[in-house]
Ligand binder design. Structure first.
Ligand code: GCB
Length: 654
């Protein structure tokens, strides 16, 4: 295990006004030393159609003081909440504000952080009229130490200005055009276009939390797990931060050396199974219970078993500064030759591509939809999905960790083109933040650098080599890395550092439309070519699917009908079975898509992307039942310990 043991006492130099989105962005969890208050609810909102907000200093107070406001739920996208078409399609600035109370007891003993789970896509944040931070991104968390601007024991105002504009320098990329023919377009008309086919929802999509840490606190934690026989191994590094003021103390070094960590591993029932002192090192767990993917567990065991890693920051006189608890699973994930191994056993991905997409809420995280979606995933017998095409909410990964659903964690880099140095810098920085956020996640078993780049452009290969190498360096656990490719087969297309070849293919849909008979030939031909060129690396089909309008039938089947979707899947299943029996390096099938989702307005879709096996309301199309029968059958075939109990209503199929 190549893991640098280091004493991790670190110094953060941002007092107030700093923004933390890279190093150290632990999810806020309550403990003896930490409090978390949600600012979610109905905020004030105004679209800034005339670019007036900065000039008129809307950031100085609640928006209701500077004009008319709308009610806006947080978390949610703003696009589908009102009856205004202009707002739904707005490109540019929007403003949010809310007021919140901060208890007096937080004043001197703690740091008070304001944290956004995500804000799509550029955000400026003010507290009580003071600029606290800005952030570029859209799918990852950021936070700032708000202490110096807060009024303790009083009401406070937070104002956020968001801008959803995409350019060639943003990830994902977009293009702005300004048609200047005033006989055909109103003057000042702006058109945003982008090279991806999901609706570019924007807003405060994830929880906004106010949380406290002590002044001396755990700012980061990295855990790597392994096992040998029945013994689990947990290699860890904890980083401790000290108050900025201490920097000038003569005896700072002495003080910091007197700070220590106590770490303990608790099993699922809360019993301590390992513990030690030290801010980095190794803990061993006797009779370890491994984290298994859903339906891969040995007989008598469950999937998704989670331990708790409890870190306590102490002074040497045993005064307790901070306590933080993190759930984690003991498991390994690696590519060995042409196989993808989880806990040393070959793993076959049975899954979906998904979207964070729901009616009305857009991309806003919503516990109702989360639980429904994951219940449906379990119902289908799937064991995995890809967070296509951006990192999903942390609340979602809490579920996948606990359920044993394997995640391919994708960056927002979709359809990239150009591959210049600025874009590469931005891409590497997004990968750093993504790995930083998800590095301890049991369910995250592979990183996807991006989806469907223009990989045949001259600069693409060296660009991707650099992004892959950086990502590997960021991840202490060295998870496998993939890029999801769509361009035609070419020798240049296989970046040598990529661990798994992921391909999106739509035979019988975008090519040879309706001709399901070509699929059994075209899929194996394609997979074999990639496997050969990519030195027998594992090959995974990350997308294949057919647009299907729920309730529309025709026999013999015809495109867009439920009957066609079933026929299309049937042809693929036959091709996959052929590959599974003849090619060890074929490691999985993921249907596009789990559910129908919103897209920009397009003439080639009746409404949105309708390739879901569930409708957008999460009702099954005929294909959902068909997929379910297959996925449970595969689960039984692939789990040789016969621990897979078929659901009662599936028995008639076998
Ligand atoms: C793809 C993309 C996905 C689209 C899909 C489609 O290759 O990766 O984002 O939604 O095709 O339906 O066209």
């Amino acid at each position: 295990m190549n893991f640098a043991l280091r004493i991790s006492i670190v110094f953060f130099a941002w007092g107030g006004g700093g923004v933390l989105g890279g190093g150290g962005i632990l999810y806020p969890r309550e403990s003896e030393s930490r409090e978390v208050v949600s600012l979610d609810g109905i905020w004030e909102f105004r679209a800034d159609y005339n670019h007036a907000g900065f000039k008129k200093r809307w950031f100085m107070g609640p928006l209701s003081q500077s004009g008319h406001t709308e009610m806006m739920p947080v978390p949610s996208s703003w696009n589908d909440i009102t009856q205004s078409k202009k707002l739904r399609d707005h490109v540019g600035w929007v403003w949010y504000s809310t007021t919140f109370f901060v208890p007096k007891r937080w004043k001197d003993k703690t740091r008070t952080w304001l944290r956004f789970g995500s804000a799509n896509r550029w955000a400026d944040v003010w507290i009580n009229g003071h600029h606290l931070m800005n952030h570029s991104g859209g799918y990852l968390p950021f936070e700032g130490d708000a202490g110096q601007y807060l009024k303790f024991g009083d009401n406070n105002v937070v104002v956020v200005a968001l801008n959803n504009t995409l350019t060639q320098a943003t990830i994902p990329q977009g293009t702005l055009s300004y048609p200047n023919d005033t006989s055909r377009y109103p003057s000042g008309y702006t058109v945003q276009s982008y090279n991806f086919d999901y609706f570019n929802y924007a807003g405060l999509h994830r929880p906004v939390l106010l949380h406290t840490t002590p002044k001396i606190y755990l700012s980061d934690l990295s855990i790597i797990t392994d096992f040998d026989g029945h013994e689990g191994r947990v290699y860890y590094t904890a980083s401790v931060s000290f108050p900025t003021e201490w920097e000038n103390y003569v005896n700072f070094a002495e003080h910091s050396q007197q700070t220590n960590c106590h770490v303990a591993v608790l099993d699922a029932s809360g019993v301590t199974v390992a513990s030690r002192h030290g801010c980095s090192g190794l803990l061993t767990i006797p009779n370890v219970k491994l984290w298994w993917p859903h339906l891969s567990q040995p007989k008598g065991e469950g999937s998704g078993y989670l331990y708790t890693f409890q870190t306590t920051i102490l002074s040497n006189t045993t005064l307790e500064f901070d306590v933080y608890r993190l759930k984690f699973g003991v498991r390994t994930a690696k590519v060995d030759g042409s196989q993808f191994l989880v806990n040393g056993k070959p793993f076959y991905f049975r899954g979906f591509g998904r979207h964070e997409d729901y009616s009305i809420r857009g991309r806003g995280v919503d516990p109702v939809m989360l639980v429904k979606d994951h219940n449906l995933l379990l119902w289908t017998g799937a064991n995995s999905y890809r967070t296509s095409h951006y990192p999903y909410a942390e609340e979602i990964l809490d579920l996948t960790d606990a359920l044993g659903i394997v995640i391919i964690d994708e960056s927002p880099a979709i359809g990239l083109t150009g591959f210049g140095p600025d874009l590469k810098r931005e891409h590497i920085s997004v990968m750093a933040d993504l790995v930083q956020r998800d590095k301890n996640r049991a369910s995250v078993l592979m990183w996807s650098i991006g989806n469907e780049p223009k990989s045949l452009e001259t600069l693409a290969p060296s660009y991707f080599e650099d992004v892959i190498k950086s990502t590997r360096a960021f991840d202490p656990a060295k998870r496998p890395i993939t890029i999801v490719l769509s361009q035609n087969f070419s020798k240049g297309d296989c970046p040598p550092s990529m661990d798994v070849v992921s391909i999106n293919r739509y035979y019988g849909w975008y090519g040879d439309t309706g001709r399901t008979e070509v699929i059994s030939l075209q899929i194996p031909t394609e997979v074999n070519l990639w496997a050969k060129t990519c030195h027998n690396k594992p090959v995974l089909i990350t997308e294949y699917g057919a647009g299907t309008v729920a309730g529309v039938h025709q026999s013999p089947s015809f495109v867009w009908t439920e009957d066609f979707q079933v026929d299309y899947l049937r042809a693929h299943f036959a091709a996959f079975d052929h590959l599974r029996s003849s090619k060890a390096q074929f490691v999985g099938e993921m249907i596009w898509n789990f559910a129908d989702f919103a897209t920009p307005q397009e003439t080639f879709r009746p409404w949105g992307c309708m390739k879901g096996v569930f409708t957008r309301e999460r009702q099954p199309k005929a294909a959902a039942h068909f997929v379910r029968a297959r996925y449970w059958a595969l689960a039984r075939q692939d789990n040789l310990t016969s621990s897979v109990q078929l659901p009662n209503d599936l028995h008639c199929f076998y």
